[in-house]
Design a protein around this ligand. Sequence first.
Ligand SMILES: Nc1nc2c(ncn2[C@@H]2O[C@H](COP(=O)(O)OP(=O)(O)OP(=O)(O)O)[C@@H](O)[C@H]2O)c(=O)[nH]1
Ligand SMILES: [Mg+2]
Ligand SMILES: [Zn+2]
Length: 389
Amino acid sequence: MAGERSRKAQAIDDLAQLTPDLASLGWDDELDRWAAEVESASDGDGPAAFESLRGRVARVSRGFSLVFTGGDAVLAASDSTRTRTDLVPATGDYVIVQDSEADGPHVLDIAPRSTALTRRAPGRVPEPQVLAANVDSVFVMHGLDRPTNLRRIERQLAVGWASGATPVVVLTKSDQIADPEELQRTVDEVAAVAPGVATLAVSMVTGDGMDDVEARIPPGSTVALMGLSGVGKSTLVNLLSGGQVQRTGEVRAADRRGRHTTVTRDLIPIPGRGHIIDTPGIREIGLWQAYDGLALAFPEIAEAAAQCRFADCAHEAEPGCEVQDGLASGAIAERRLDHWRELTAELELQESQLEEFARRAESRDRADANRRRDSERPNRRARRKGRRR
Ligand SMILES: Nc1nc2c(ncn2[C@@H]2O[C@H](COP(=O)(O)OP(=O)(O)OP(=O)(O)O)[C@@H](O)[C@H]2O)c(=O)[nH]1
Ligand SMILES: [Mg+2]
Ligand SMILES: [Zn+2]
């Protein structure tokens, strides 16, 4: 247990040792203008170690954000109780950190995000959780040591597209398929469910395909990794960063499952390249209001559906249904149509849940307001009581 803790502390320290400069972190003129506005609007409360610093969030953990600032990394409080705001920084966010006597270093403001990799937060309440901010592309990663799960890839692509970034499918452990023809068949099968998306096969053991992967992390760019535990996300980071920045873990021999080695989302600079955001493996990623992402992940279906004769076509047996025509001609695969329907239903259910929660919150607010009004007017209450008597 103590060993576990110190290993974790070690990993955090390693990240904090890195000092990428702001320009390489993607800080540009537009962010300068935003920061100048924020800084001029705020005034610190007296002498402190520093007034304010600009930076990018490298990790969020237990109410604190580790922020790369160009110089030494700063650990800044970023939860609502400490900063008395409702800011929720995510790894990859551009932020202003302010130091003050009262609060110590804390995240003062978060720049508007250019993109945000967002999932539905686990739990009953429908709400979003940003996994990574300001990313240019999302690597959807799968290990070729396990049977390919096309549905999982389709779901992840919908989430990836919905972020506003460009998804790339990265099939790892290509060394685990000895027969080159079988490997090619597998890659083709995956590519067929990823229209418009680059599909790469790579081995971190032999180095096969690594050049193609590296080429997708150009200088100044940020790539977020997504995939089950054990697919090799942290192995990729270590290989490209030229060091053991991230811990990696063996997969279990029996079922090839990973052991959830990575537990935080970390922004890691890749020398001569861009940045990678390594993430903990997620089994099933929930969609968050991802209609656009879904359309981009299933373009052949979305495009056909837009051309149906009736705007509210259910694509069952209506006349002039382009989706049914696509099925008949083979342009649309039945399996994909079924999955698209399922994912659409998931989003529609989420919408109705959101409406329901909003309705409940509204009536709660109204009840609160009534109670406040009553307690502020004791006379009126007394009068009412009097009437009842
Ligand atoms: N054969 C082979 N093994 C690989 C390859 N890439 C990664 N591995 C192994 O896969 C195991 C899991 O790798 P990790 O990098 O820890 O996986 P991860 O995706 O970061 O997993 P979590 O942090 O748990 O989400 C390790 O034992 C790696 O050595 C590869 O290309 N080929
Ligand atoms: Mg990992
Ligand atoms: Zn239709």
